[in-house]
Design a protein around this ligand. Structure first.
Ligand code: DGL
Length: 262
């Protein structure tokens, strides 16, 4: 059986990219809710409806697990999803813990970036409350990165000015770690890195999620011998046309180039 990946848009490809490294012999469904992206600026109840429609569709295709490759969807719906469906559901949340572990005192701050909706949600606030004893965490939404990536805009001359405008409000030399708490942001890991001093760690939860999925499937004796095939759906419509497939190939190439730089 296949593994379903879900995101509001193309952000979840950054997670699937890392998953293919640790689970190359599985077959995948990738579902982007292209008609409704972005979720970040929308009200919670509206976003929840989109999520349940998408997960119903993915489960109808017959999958053994679903990865919610979207921090926003996880923060608004993970408990309800697990209550409703009996199959394995893996969520994602901003990687605050490894980031805080890097900061040794109040002068070594952590910047958590995510969508406006994730930043508003109780789930993240509870996590930070539990871990951030020294009050080192600052929060920053970066909605422009969702828009840029959905347009396949990876040109530094266009994206860097936006990032500078957002980040230069902070004293960047005070930071020890930056959390990319939205899967769309991982397409810009290299550009974020460029703006901070070289010792600053830029952290996303992608490889951790992939390894977690592998560990659980192994425990469940549910690993496959597939060939790494991916079937793409944009809001329930299968992507088979040349332009649609090319769009996804461009995203995998973008991730290749980020990986080569690391
Ligand atoms: N990729 C999503 C996340 O990880 C959300 C982007 C959006 O739809 O605003 O939070």
């Amino acid at each position: 059986m296949k593994i379903g990946f879900f995101d509001s848009g193309i952000g979840g490809i950054t997670v699937l990219y890392d998953t293919l490294k640790v689970l190359p012999n599985e077959d995948y469904i990738y579902y982007a809710d292209t008609l409704n992206v972005p979720y970040g600026p929308k009200p919670k109840d509206e976003v929840k409806k989109y999520i349940f429609n998408a997960i119903d569709f993915i489960i109808e295709q017959g999958v053994k697990a679903v990865v919610i490759a979207c921090n926003t969807a996880t923060s608004v719906a993970i408990e309800e999803l697990r209550n409703k469906y009996s199959i394995l559901i893996i969520g994602m949340e901003p990687a605050v813990k490894p980031a805080i572990e890097k900061s040794k005192d109040i002068n070594e701050r952590v910047l958590v970036t995510a969508t406006a909706l994730t930043l508003k949600e109780e789930k993240l606030h509870n996590l930070i409350y539990k871990l951030d004893n020294e009050h080192v965490v600052d929060l920053l939404p970066l909605p422009g990165l969702v828009e840029f990536s959905e347009r396949l805009e990876f040109n530094e001359e266009i994206v860097l000015p936006y990032l500078k405008e957002q980040l230069f409000k902070y004293e960047l030399s005070n930071y020890e770690a930056v959390v990319l708490g939205c899967t769309h942001f991982s397409y810009y890991k290299d550009m974020v890195k460029k703006l901070f001093p070289s010792n600053v760690s830029i952290i996303d939860g992608n490889i951790g999620t992939a390894k977690n999925l592998k560990r659980i499937l192994k425990e469940m004796n549910s690993l496959n011998e597939g060939n790494g095939s991916i079937t793409f759906y944009n809001s329930g419509i299968r992507v088979e046309d040349k332009a649609g497939v090319h769009r996804y190939n461009t995203l995998f190439k973008r991730m290749d180039s980020i990986n080569e730089q690391n």
